[in-house]
Design a protein around this ligand. Sequence first.
Ligand SMILES: *[C@@H]1O[C@H](CO)[C@@H](O)[C@H](O)[C@H]1NC(C)=O
Ligand SMILES: *[C@@H]1O[C@H](CO)[C@@H](O)[C@H](O)[C@H]1NC(C)=O
Ligand SMILES: *[C@@H]1O[C@H](CO)[C@@H](O)[C@H](O)[C@H]1NC(C)=O
Ligand SMILES: *[C@@H]1O[C@H](CO)[C@@H](O)[C@H](O)[C@H]1NC(C)=O
Ligand SMILES: *[C@@H]1O[C@H](CO)[C@@H](O)[C@H](O)[C@H]1NC(C)=O
Ligand SMILES: *[C@@H]1O[C@H](CO)[C@@H](O)[C@H](O)[C@H]1NC(C)=O
Length: 631
Amino acid sequence: MVGPIIVLLVSLIQLCSFSSSSNDHLHAGKSLSVDTKGDVLISSDGTFSSGFHPVGQNAYSFAIWFNKPSCSDNCTVVWMANRDYPVNGRHSKLTLTKHGNLVLTDAGRITVWATDTASHLSAVHLKLYDTGNLVLHDSTGATLWQSFNSPTDTLLPLQQLKKNAKLVSSRSRNNCSSGFFNLYFDSDNVLSLLYKGPEVSSIYWPSPWLLRWEVGRSTNNNSRIAVLDPLGKFSSTDNYTIKADDYGARIHRRLTIDFDGNVRLYSLNEREDKWVVSWHAYLQLCKIHGTCGPNSVCSSSPKYGRKCSCIPGYRMKNHKDWSFGCVPEFDLSCNGGEAGFISLRNTEFYGYEYAIYTNYSVEMCKNLCLEQCNCKGFQFRFHKSHQPYSTYCYLKSELRNGYHEPFYGADIYLKLPKTKLSLSYELIQNYSLECSVQVEQLTRTYHERKESEPFKLFIQFLSTNTVLWSTCAIGGMEFLILLLVWFFLIRTQQQSELMGGYHLIAATGFRKFTYAELDYATNGFRKEIGRGAGGIVYKGKLSDDRIAAIKRLIDANHGEAEFLAEVNTIGKLNHMNLIDLWGYCVEGKHKLLVFEYMSTDPWRKTSHLKHLIGRKISNCIRNCKRLSLLT
Ligand SMILES: *[C@@H]1O[C@H](CO)[C@@H](O)[C@H](O)[C@H]1NC(C)=O
Ligand SMILES: *[C@@H]1O[C@H](CO)[C@@H](O)[C@H](O)[C@H]1NC(C)=O
Ligand SMILES: *[C@@H]1O[C@H](CO)[C@@H](O)[C@H](O)[C@H]1NC(C)=O
Ligand SMILES: *[C@@H]1O[C@H](CO)[C@@H](O)[C@H](O)[C@H]1NC(C)=O
Ligand SMILES: *[C@@H]1O[C@H](CO)[C@@H](O)[C@H](O)[C@H]1NC(C)=O
Ligand SMILES: *[C@@H]1O[C@H](CO)[C@@H](O)[C@H](O)[C@H]1NC(C)=O
């Protein structure tokens, strides 16, 4: 037994002294792991980092971000490989294969993203440049792939926006998966902003009611390239050029299509450690198409920002997300129902007019609209100066892109059933847009890998916590023996598992539960399965059908902060698969821990050991904390 332990110790020491190199490149055959916090590439001047960035609860994207303004989990991300398919916070990794393919794999070993490149030369490497470009080179230095060619929502200085590429906004402030707004070259070679919603799409910049030459755009040059220079000039081949307010300064800049559909040029103010807007494409955010979804009106005020409201007689379709807009609360069958009109002052719904009538009075327009099934309402405009006509009536088949603007000078007449006509517009609920899309957690389950690597993970854990390691190593002998025993047990258990052929669904989300949820899961804390010093353990079934052991802590003296710190510690251990803690609950005096429930016999032995080892480690960490407080 002594032999293997010495070997182990030696290899542990070697691993611990091996500093997790913060480098700007990755060699063939190596990977970056989501489990190791320091596994990032850092550009040589320290401006950019590339690695796994959190995008939700236990959800990560492989990304490139600015290291300034100072940030931890909320950095300014400039590129993402897998924005629409985030990976698990455990066991996911980015690997550069020997054959030159860069592959991002999720915990269950599913390939989420790959560059699909190949090289017969073995010495490929991935390098993060000071420009923010992540480049895959072969041994001759040729470029196999670069992140600059597949932008996400941001263009960095000297990065070209080319034909067939586009910037796509985030879904919301808190959700960086693909949203509905695109910056791209349209088929006329003009750099445009497009709203590409679930049902309809339309260009909103340059102003669609103006001709291209009227806004100074040329349609002749089909090379379709736009680029931001380091001094702050953005220019495109359609003859569109703008300069930043602080043009000339050599500072960090980025051009981003934000989640609200506006394109902004940002400059980094290093003194105040924040981004400032040095140019924007759009001033009136409510006029950006699709802002509030169909049948609703956007209004904005300096005090409240942008707001969406359903028009009278309509209700919000999805209470978490305004982009779904509103749906009618009535059924206006074509011939039958009695209908009338409500007018909305200074309001416009852009587009979707199927007919225009001139020199009609309001009454004549109403009659026209009543006669036609597809008429949802009309806009009435009076132009004193316009010749030869003085009034315009636009019949609408859909009510989209609605906005309210004081002094707009035209009204909307909405067609509604007679019974709804008494509605007051002011009574309609309005919600702030800014928190429209809620961040949800990644809920994916996996079949646990047969050949689990708890030991490797443990070594990794130690090697990234060198302080911990050095203080804990002294008393670590007994601990290592335990670990070895456990390791062998796992091996034999795995073999029996293979023979038995049962699958274990491994949960991946570590989350906070509500007390009500756990009360429901345990059927009112009925089935007690164990009792210890700290509390009572109950068996329960979670809403996703996972069977859990729920430990209800008795110790009321535990402060909330202390409890959370403890959970955090166990959570980190859970990270390396030693104990499967799924989550916790802290609500008033209730403090609970939710563990994986071990039912079959082969597990019982190991689970006991797992908990034992877990306790050892948390004690160890606590001691280390104390030590670091003393020194
Ligand atoms: C990140 O969060 C910290 C603390 O919440 C805040 O001080 C900082 O300004 C944020 N950074 C960015 C880039 O949003
Ligand atoms: C298109 O624009 C590029 C870059 O500005 C320029 O080099 C090229 O000559 C232009 N082509 C035409 C046909 O104008
Ligand atoms: C580009 O714009 C400039 C002025 O900004 C104008 O003088 C020039 O004629 C334009 N070129 C084209 C091809 O439209
Ligand atoms: C429309 O009406 C205005 C006055 O109301 C009149 O001056 C104009 O001639 C009319 N146009 C046509 C084409 O009838
Ligand atoms: C709607 O928003 C306005 C401010 O824009 C606010 O004064 C009003 O109370 C809001 N109405 C509701 C029902 O929330
Ligand atoms: C982000 O939005 C997308 C699209 O609506 C949704 O499918 C996804 O679950 C959201 N992600 C998070 C982390 O909330």
